[in-house]
Write a protein that binds this ligand. Structure first.
Ligand code: SF4
Length: 202
């Protein structure tokens, strides 16, 4: 988990890539994880996720990089990255390192196409990789395990700008300490682990 990262001296409020993903899903989740940390249990879904992660690592290690359209590169699994400059940290499922660039890869066990929050997560990883590795990260990949699909997300300057604006918004939220608006997609609340804390919307 991101919270296992060793601290890096930083003047900025530390934010995890996972917070950026959650911000676009429901800002309240970030509030509960930062301003008002509440007890969290390891869910069956989380345990299942760890098992799947191990299987995907083994599968990925046996493959070539051709599916990424890369002729060469080194695979690094479960890479922890921490940037004092951005005040951002996160753990990558996979980082592909070539002579000219780096490519973050996220494994997902879902049949759904990546949503906006996943795109933000990948762009945040790319930004983090650039800050730490000092090489360009022009694209990120998401591997959808059930359908064995690999999708490429081009990390544009605009996308990176959106990540930076979200870092500012999250820090402002933490500083103000005010509960943000709930997601308008109420279906997301059905299996949310923080549901009991959002009594005002039910
Ligand atoms: S219950 Fe709904 S509004 Fe509350 S944190 Fe979860 S997703 Fe957000």
């Amino acid at each position: 988990m991101d919270s296992d990262l060793p601290p890096v001296p930083c003047d900025l409020l530390p934010i995890r890539v996972n917070d950026l993903k959650q911000w676009d899903y429901c800002p309240r989740i970030v509030f509960y994880n930062t301003v008002m940390p509440v007890g969290r249990k390891s869910t069956v879904k989380m345990e299942r996720g760890k098992e799947i992660e191990m299987k995907l690592d083994a599968l990925e290690a046996r493959r070539t990089l051709r599916r990424y359209r890369l002729s060469e590169g080194e695979r690094r699994f479960h890479v922890w990255l921490n940037s004092a400059e951005l005040g951002l940290s996160g753990k990558l499922d996979l980082l592909i390192v070539t002579a000219e660039a780096c490519y973050p890869v996220d494994f997902k066990y879902t049949r759904e196409r990546p949503r906006r929050n996943h795109v933000m997560q990948l762009a945040a990883y790319a930004l983090l990789v650039e800050a730490v590795m000092k090489v360009p990260a022009p694209a990120a990949f998401v591997y959808l395990a059930p359908s064995d699909q690999l999708l490429r997300i081009n990390v544009t300057g605009r996308l990176k700008g959106l990540v930076v604006s979200r870092l500012v918004a999250i820090r402002q939220m933490v500083q103000d300490g005010i509960l943000p608006e709930a997601t308008t997609v109420r279906a997301r609340c059905e299996e949310c682990e923080f549901r009991n804390y959002c009594g005002d919307i039910f």
